[in-house]
Design a binder for this molecule. Structure first.
Ligand SMILES: *Cc1c(COP(=O)(O)O)cnc(C)c1O
Length: 448
């Protein structure tokens, strides 16, 4: 695979591709929720399926010439059913926002009550009741975490009994513990609520059986395809046997919510890429790699803890490591690490005393490092880089007063801009990364 045609027709865009490849090759991506799509899926993405219109579903298309596209979509669906052991799959949602809305459209009426984890405790912005359209159409009840950072199941039950939500979501983007699908299902059954697991983060772990599958506990499963699944960016909505036993029409309701309610034309090159990716996910290497992702996350948590960084919930059950960087200071780590070629992200903590713009946590994960074949030794090196940066920035003041805070931030940015230690770390990061090249062994990078 190369970019010869692009190089000939548009050297500016060609150079940007090279620049991004270089960035990915030489920096340490600890940032959730990024992964590396396999080259076969990337080839699928630029296949001529992008030329085809194919509205509606296989065998029901409005446009002519959809025979091959039908085969592709059916293949993706069959493979997904096998990988997740579900009864029905919709592979058309473009991203989370429409997938999320499709679930509501299928099972809720306007102003129904829905329940989810409070955003600041690790949920997603589409579930932030003021910043998302969902709050305009639904009545929101939020549950939260206990002091030990586990989901407060007692509170979930109290809130569920009190507010009788029509739908309960389970999952988060910043939760490093095993998700209690079974406990949620007992609560949902008590009030007859639909239970939906958004497994965006742990999707790969679920296929590899390093996280409990929600399949026998929930009605609907939604997932990204580009996180631990390491596929190109996309979404799927899946329906379990449990749901179909309740209402056999609900699979149809999901399908009509996606098309024609919320979306129209499927992106067929994406569907092909998903089919390819599902094929790869059914192989032993994929399972092995997801096991290693969790192993590496545990090594990262252990090493950071050993170096004196406070790990949220003291451990991790999955692929995420969350660290408490004191009040307001997540942003210092975020920005200093970026200069040293390390990506991680700032995140709010439950009951964060700071604002979402200057939160107190940092969030890291290990999938990309694992996909580059990094193991214990390299993970420890990564932890040491983070620790060195932490020592560099931890003494910086960050005031609660807004005006002083802006001044603090300005001083901090001056300090990190050409900081020698950060530049040294950057060099070491690059050295390590080049030993574990993402693309070198492929002809992905065409010669300039
Ligand atoms: C990442 C994530 C999303 C958002 O997915 P996008 O496709 O990036 O919009 C939604 N929900 C959860 C739980 C996630 O982790």
């Amino acid at each position: 695979m190369n970019f010869e045609n692009l190089k000939k027709t548009d050297s500016i865009c060609y150079d940007l591709v090279q620049e991004e490849i270089e960035r990915q090759e030489t920096s340490l991506e600890l940032i959730p929720s990024e992964c590396i799509a396999s080259l076969s899926t990337i080839e699928a993405l630029w296949s001529p399926f992008t030329n085809k219109y194919s509205e509606w579903y296989p065998k029901k298309r409005y446009y002519a010439g959809c025979d091959v596209v039908d085969k592709v979509e059916n293949l993706a669906i069959e493979r997904a059913k096998k990988a997740y052991n579900v009864e029905h799959v919709n592979v058309q949602p473009y991203s989370w926002s429409p997938a999320n809305m499709a679930v509501y459209t299928a099972v809720c009426e306007p102003w129904d009550t829905v329940m989810w984890l409070k955003l600041t405790e690790g949920w997603h912005l589409t579930h932030w009741w003021k910043a998302s359209a969902t709050s305009k159409f639904f009545n929101i009840v939020q549950y939260w975490l206990k002091e030990d950072w586990y989901i407060d199941l007692e509170e979930v039950e109290n809130l569920a009994l009190k507010h009788k939500p029509k739908l309960i979501w389970v999952w988060a983007t910043a939760y490093s513990r095993e998700f209690p699908f079974k406990e949620f299902s007992i609560i949902a059954e008590k009030i007859g609520a639909y239970l939906v697991a958004d497994i965006a983060h742990i999707s790969g772990l679920v296929i590899a059986w390093v996280h409990t599958s929600p399949v026998s506990f929930v009605d609907i499963i939604t997932t990204t395809t580009h996180k631990t699944l390491r596929w190109p960016r996309w979404w799927m909505i899946m329906v379990t046997k449990k749901w179909l036993q309740k209402d056999k029409d609900l699979a149809k309701k999901i399908d009509s919510a996606v098309f024609p309610w919320l979306q129209w034309w499927p992106h067929n090159h994406q569907t092909l890429a998903i089919a390819v990716a599902l094929w790869e996910a059914l192989k032993p290497e994929f399972i092995q790699s997801n096991k290693q992702i969790v192993k590496n996350a545990k090594t990262l948590a252990k090493q950071l803890q050993k170096l004196g960084i406070k790990i949220i919930s003291w451990w991790t059950d999955n692929h995420l490591v969350l660290a408490d960087i004191w009040r307001w200071k997540g942003i210092f780590m975020h920005e200093a690490c970026e200069i040293a070629g390390i990506s991680l992200n700032k995140n709010t903590i439950p009951n964060d005393p700071a604002s979402p713009f200057y939160p107190s946590w940092i969030r890291m994960w290990t999938p990309i490092l694992t996909m580059r074949w990094m193991k214990e030794e390299e993970i420890k090196k990564a932890a040491n880089f983070v620790w060195r940066i932490y020592n560099l920035v931890k003494h910086f003041e960050f005031s609660e007063n807004k005006e002083i805070r802006l001044k603090n931030l300005k001083e901090f940015r001056e300090f990190i801009k050409d900081n020698i230690t950060l530049q040294e770390i950057k060099k070491e990061v690059k050295e390590l990364c080049l030993k574990f090249s993402i693309y070198k062994n492929h002809d992905y990078k065409s010669k300039k």
